[in-house]
Design a protein around this ligand. Sequence first.
Ligand code: C2O
Ligand code: CU
Length: 432
Amino acid sequence: MNRRHFLASASALAILPVATFAAQKPIRLKAQAVTQQILPSGDNATAMLGFNGSIPGPELRLRAGASVSIDVENQLDEGTSVHWHGIRLENSMDGVPMLTQDIINPSHTKTYSFVPPDEGTYWYHSHYISQEQVARGMMGALIVEDDTPPDVDHDITVLLSDWLMQEDGSLVDDYVDMHSVAHGGYMGNFARGFLSQSQVKRGDRVRFRLINAATNRIFPISITGATGYVVALDGMALPAPRSLEGLVLAPAQRADLIVDISEAVGFDMVTRQGSYRLADLEVKGINVVRQAGPILALSPPDLPLPSDPTQHLTLTMMGGAMGGRHKGDNIWALNDVSDLQPDPFGSFLRGETARITLVNDTAFPHGMHLHGHHFYEIGDDGALGDLRDTTLVNAGDTRDIVCVFDNPGRWLLHCHMLSHAIGGMRTWVDVA
Ligand code: C2O
Ligand code: CU
């Protein structure tokens, strides 16, 4: 691949298919081979894996508190499973082979039923050989709609990813290259965003739901043509709108923004070489009705408040290239142990509050994801910070999190740089 695609911006961007299931009707997701135009039109389409004929898969729109059932039909010639990332659901529906279910074999169907408890922006993705299946396209947006939506003219999903492409538009078929696993992970040479809508008016107020669906790439984001605030992270409303300045999304992280449109909107990844256009939103016409009042916070999440932690555990990320040392038997380790072991890293009684110190003793950043729960990031002042399901810990940094382990079951805790996860950086916790 030459630098042309990597540095050029992709302007003719396809639109995400949106599936709305008003009465929370059963949903059918067919995992299948898909050929999709990922590169700008004029270049070749790409043979990938997706759901219901597209990449990303259909955007699922659910209602909080209402049960849903989703049939995942495996039309691939290999196994699969689907994880509903960020949803605090029943353990048996979490989609993790070996821990919560058997893999879905080719030409088999598994029904996932759950009640999404929290409004917000989530996503779904393969959780079986996911460093490869997600890289090939098996992911989509999962939106839990607000009871009382904010006052906006449009609600637009912006799903970001990257791929390692050959000049002819085919994917480079190597997802476990040991060099990349030991460094920053599989990294695309082409990145873009998929928008659920391609046009707005000047003067519109818009909610953007940004989702980083890339397997390993961290996206530092800057937005032109619009001004506004971040109103939610990882699905959870912030207590007050926050500046867009310095917005960074680690793999699997989401951010909801509310902005006012002044001109054509560009979503850029900020790199040391300059900015790289991920997506464009066209502006046509003027919204003459909208009275731009202040941008308000979304309704606050309804999660149990932490009590004084009864356990304080430390999880040290170890390994990788550039001096990482540990006693595990894979490239990466957590507390000197690689990969899933029979014993959990932590055991909690249902409802117990615990504090975990995440120590990054490696030369690379890691986005650590806990299944089935959201946790608080603890600020430097020791106060409860943002509620997240994935936290980015930079090389050499330490971050404390506090979590109310109120969801019984066996839950993964792993790096969401999927190359690092397959390279050993995974463990699990048990909530009795
Ligand atoms: Cu988004 Cu273990 O996954
Ligand atoms: Cu990692």
